[in-house]
Design a binder for this molecule. Sequence first.
Ligand code: NAP
Length: 497
Amino acid sequence: MTPTKICLSLTEPTLAADLALVERNRDSIDAVELRADFLDSGERSALRSFPERARLPAILTVRRESDGGRFRGSEEERVSLLRSAIEAPWAFVDLEEDLAASEVEARARARSVRIIRSLHLTAGLPPDLAGRLRRLARSADELPKAAVLLGSSRDLLSLLDAYDELSGVEKVLLGMGPYGFPTRVLASRLGSALSYCTAGERSAAPGHVDPVTLSAIYRARSIGERTELYAVIGNPVMHSRSPWIHNPGFRALGIDAVYLPLPIDDIALFFAIAERLRIRGSSVTIPHKRAVLPYLAERSPEVARIGSCNTLVRTPNGWRGANTDASGFLAPLRRAVEGTRPPRRLPAMTALVAGAGGSARAVVFALTDEGARVTVANRTVERARSLAEEFGCDWAELSSGLVGRGFDLIVQTTSVGMEGGGVDAGGAGNDPLAFYDLSGREIVYDLVYSPRETKLLRRAQAAGCRVVPGMEMLLEQAYAQFALFTGRDYPRGAAET
Ligand code: NAP
């Protein structure tokens, strides 16, 4: 296995700004790609000074708009820019499949600048990607490169087929977009000579992350054949903070493993992808927590009782499903309850659960199991009713009708108040219980963890309530998953959330 080089694509408007990024990220990268198409036109005359100033193997690229670049001039102008810039110690020059630039190629060869022959596919996967990549190089000394925008889990599976067919062929082959993200992290295992990343505001291609994240969190430079793979599956899932919990945990304990986000649009395909990538375990999030149930060879008692699964562990007999949401929810709540003066007990408490979605299920299960008296209140009252009936509790509409009921515990499980929660949820800065006056006696638990301090929690704190932020649950449920994945306790304090 040839170690993949992590290549920082530079997309700033000036060379000085590009070089500043190189300095800032030097420890996390092996090569740089100067995207000259992003430079202000006044900067182009100084292009030749770049490789020596960067002091890393440098790729010269001038990408036209039709391939996702920013170069707006004619093809003659582009070739002319390449011809003048090539007279410098570049390690590579990136020339597209259909570019006619024989003079640039001849000068590149004369200067020992290796040609990357590239292909950018943004309109879906071609039927014979492996064949096209094999035919890409015009001579044996060229390095063929294909960057393919993936639009689905099926596309990722097809790309994995292409890697298999091209095993042993020196190449750069990467999936763009969220569905392609695993190929950027696992480039060395899949056999791609380079994996690209971007620092700064302007991403060079869809799916790029910053070099520190790629190298330090996802260990893209040190993933080997034996590295164990774990994932979080969902749709969408790229925003997940779980990689910043599990990966630092592996690092702290010296476990050769990596945990990465895997967008999945069809749950059946996850199991096929997991076979191919040898994934050993996975966290499961929206919208798959119930959809995975038919695929389980074994269910933990919690999965059977809650009817939802947030953890998959591979066993010799198939996939075992577990649920750490309920225990993860209860651990911080117990600490909060024990800390009240005078001390209270969960079984003697009345609880309002706002929301009746996937997370509310685990919360209602946990609270009723502990003996608390629960009322489920939801915008769509039918969902509140159906959840409440399943667990034998009361239900109500999430409205001012709840005022004056004097709950001891309020658990907020709707997506209202969440950053990026969507127009429907109103985004951060919303309080789904704004109509409910707090006396200061309540424990207020908000499952939303981004932002860490929601509007509801700020109001609760100001009223004198004991509060529990959603981040505490996120950490506790992840610690329990980590133990199921590795058989070891999570090294508390390691998480970088
Ligand atoms: P879900 O299954 O999609 O349920 C969403 C809930 O929010 C439903 O009850 C929905 O009500 C309600 N809702 C959405 N928009 C609303 C609005 N504008 N006004 C009133 N209610 C609204 O989502 P979920 O899995 O339960 O997740 C909910 C939240 O919990 C998310 O922010 C998630 O990040 C967080 N969470 C945190 C943890 C943790 O570890 N801290 C774990 C799991 C989830 P309707 O039924 O009327 O649509």
